[in-house]
Structures are given as C-alpha cells and as structure tokens.
Write a protein that binds this ligand. Structure first.
Ligand code: ZN
Length: 182
C-alpha cells in the first residue's frame, strides 16, 4: 500500500504541475459526487505537462474520477441518453476530456442532434484516436482521447455539413469550460 500511496502522490503532484486545479490535487478519499466548478477547470493543451498517462493504474483512475466517469472513460461504458447536464449547455466555450483536461471540442463544433448525447460534427485536430468495436453486433467506430486513452464516444455518418459526421459523446467524459475562463 505504501508503494501505491507514493505512486498516487507522485501522480497528483504531476497533475498539479500540469495545471490540474488544486481542488483536484488535494482531494482525498472517495470522489463520488465530486464536482469541480467551471472556474477551477483549466484545459491542458497537448504537449504540456510531463505525466506518463499510460503508467496510471486502475486504482489511480478510480481515485481521480467519479464512478460514472470511470465507467465511461476507463471501461468504455455509455451513459443513458439525456442523463448529462451537458445536453443543456448552450454557452460558448471548450469541451475538455474529463480524464486529462485535453481540449477536444469547441462550442462551434457542436450541434443539436436530438439524440440525448452531446453531439459534434468535428473535433480539434490531433486530439482523438479511433478503433472499431462490435459491442452492438454491427461495427461502430469508437473514439478516445489521444492523450489519456479515455473512451469518449462513437462517430456516425449521419451528421450535418460540412463533415457529415456525428461525434456522439458521453457528457460524463467531458467537462465544459466557458469562454473567457479557460
Ligand atoms: Zn484525456
């Protein structure tokens, strides 16, 4: 346990260094129900911070994320349609990965799909990785955060112009930063 504790402390220290808010760094015990205020969130662009995201253990992710975030980001779960408060988010701003704070989408890339999941027709270049899954028998293209590997959602070919694509994202896998507070 001592080893684990030391690793966790090192992780949290690293997250602080990468611009993760102190409220998250100082958090101990269960993270269930934890909420971070909008003003505490700071996107961390690609190329910044020195965290080895691949080295973070399952226990460390459980410590860092809420149960719902962990289920979606780390176990490729899907939230119930309409369950995320982000469905109602109309402000201008940036949608960042809830796992590592990488800015993935902007409000300009979002549209109302009527599906009950936050939907986007495009994403910030270089922030997503893709693979095909067969969880619903037919092939679906899964996408994940390129930095921490956290599962975000699936992309479908029924989106609006100009891409014709619909990035159907779990709201719990994202945090929203209103413009001007990033
Ligand atoms: Zn991430």
């Amino acid at each position: 346990m001592r080893f684990l504790f030391d690793r966790r402390q090192a992780l949290l220290t690293g997250l602080c260094a990468a611009g993760i808010p102190l409220s998250a760094c100082a958090r101990t015990g269960t993270t269930e129900g934890a909420s971070m205020s909008d003003t505490a969130i700071r996107p961390v662009p690609l190329g910044e911070g020195d965290i080895d995201w691949d080295a973070i253990t399952r226990e460390e992710w459980q410590e860092r994320l809420t149960n719902e975030q962990f289920r979606i980001l780390r176990k490729e779960g899907t939230e119930w349609a309409g369950s995320s408060d982000l469905n109602k988010e109309k402000r201008e701003g940036t949608y960042i990965c809830a796992g590592c704070y990488l800015p993935i989408f902007t409000s300009e890339q979002r549209y109302e799909s009527g599906t009950g999941w936050p939907s986007f027709f495009d994403y910030e270049e270089g922030t997503l990785g893709f693979k095909t899954d067969y969880k619903l028998i037919y092939p679906r293209k899964e996408y994940h955060c390129v930095r921490c590997g956290g599962h975000q959602g699936h992309v479908f070919k029924d989106g609006p112009d100009p891409t014709g694509l619909r990035y159907c994202n779990n709201g719990a896998a994202l945090l929203f930063v209103p413009r001007g507070e990033a």
